[in-house]
Design a protein around this ligand. Structure first.
Ligand SMILES: Nc1ncnc2c1ncn2[C@@H]1O[C@H](COP(=O)(O)OP(=O)(O)OP(=O)(O)O)[C@@H](O)[C@H]1O
Ligand SMILES: Nc1nc2c(ncn2[C@@H]2O[C@H](COP(=O)(O)O)[C@@H](O)[C@H]2O)c(=O)[nH]1
Length: 188
């Protein structure tokens, strides 16, 4: 069985983590834990949601790619990828679109790219607030350059990414199941 990574990308609040959790629960696909210098949200745990780093400790890892998002550093390390691939040939990672482009270019067909979106920004805002995000942070994030950039599928991912409109969870789950079946049946 050849190794594959399901790269789940798209804007803040579009349901990337929800999809990664579904793939972990129903397909036993481990999620690559990435590194960030942002502070943990309520309930987030070090080593599970992220490796929460200082500016100094962030620099000690070996990154396949790293970005700045909303003025904080994020990076996916070779160490984190190896840990996940030791557990299963099929793994997941949640990245912004800049990271997803790097994965598509670096790993080719081994990276199955899924671009998540939600039709209505007001529903997205509500989901973020219901998730427990502080309203001031939500407003700031929706104004960020990265949010504006990721409103549309980037040209570099056109024809490469599967686009999933996550308005209705039952439909999303069905689409994700189809994407997984296609990827698993594909011999590279
Ligand atoms: N189809 C859906 N219907 C209703 N709520 C949803 C749906 N999908 C996800 N959610 C909820 O929306 C919120 C945001 O989802 P999630 O945390 O998965 O987004 P995300 O893309 O990982 O966000 P971020 O990039 O900001 O971490 C969560 O509270 C989640 O439970
Ligand atoms: N390119 C990368 N993007 C990453 C990485 N880890 C997370 N992310 C993405 O950053 C934004 C913000 O995340 P949040 O948890 O603060 O809401 C989101 O799009 C994540 O998917 C990474 O290592 N590289």
């Amino acid at each position: 069985m050849s190794e594959k990574i399901f790269v789940i990308t798209g804007n803040t609040g579009t349901g990337k983590t929800t999809v990664a959790n579904y793939l972990a629960d129903f397909y036993q696909m481990p999620k690559v834990v990435t590194h960030t210098t942002r502070l943990p949200r309520t309930g987030e745990q070090n080593g599970i949601d992220y490796y929460f780093e200082s500016d100094t400790s962030f620099e000690t890892m070996h990154y396949l790619e790293r970005v700045e998002y909303d003025h904080k550093k994020y990076g996916s390390s070779h160490e984190g990828l190896s840990r996940a691939w030791e557990k299963n040939s099929y793994i997941t990672i949640v990245l912004d679109t800049a990271g997803a482009i790097t994965y598509a270019q670096t790993l080719g067909a081994r990276a199955v790219i899924i671009f998540m979106t939600v039709s209505d920004i007001n529903i997205l805002k509500l989901r973020l607030v219901t998730r427990g995000d502080y309203e001031g942070n939500v407003a700031k994030r929706l104004e960020s350059d990265e949010y504006q950039r990721d409103r549309e599928l980037p040209a570099a991912l056109a024809g490469v990414a599967h686009v999933v409109v996550n308005d209705d969870w039952a439909e999303t789950k069905h689409t994700i199941d189809q994407i997984v079946q296609t990827a698993v049946n594909q011999t590279d």
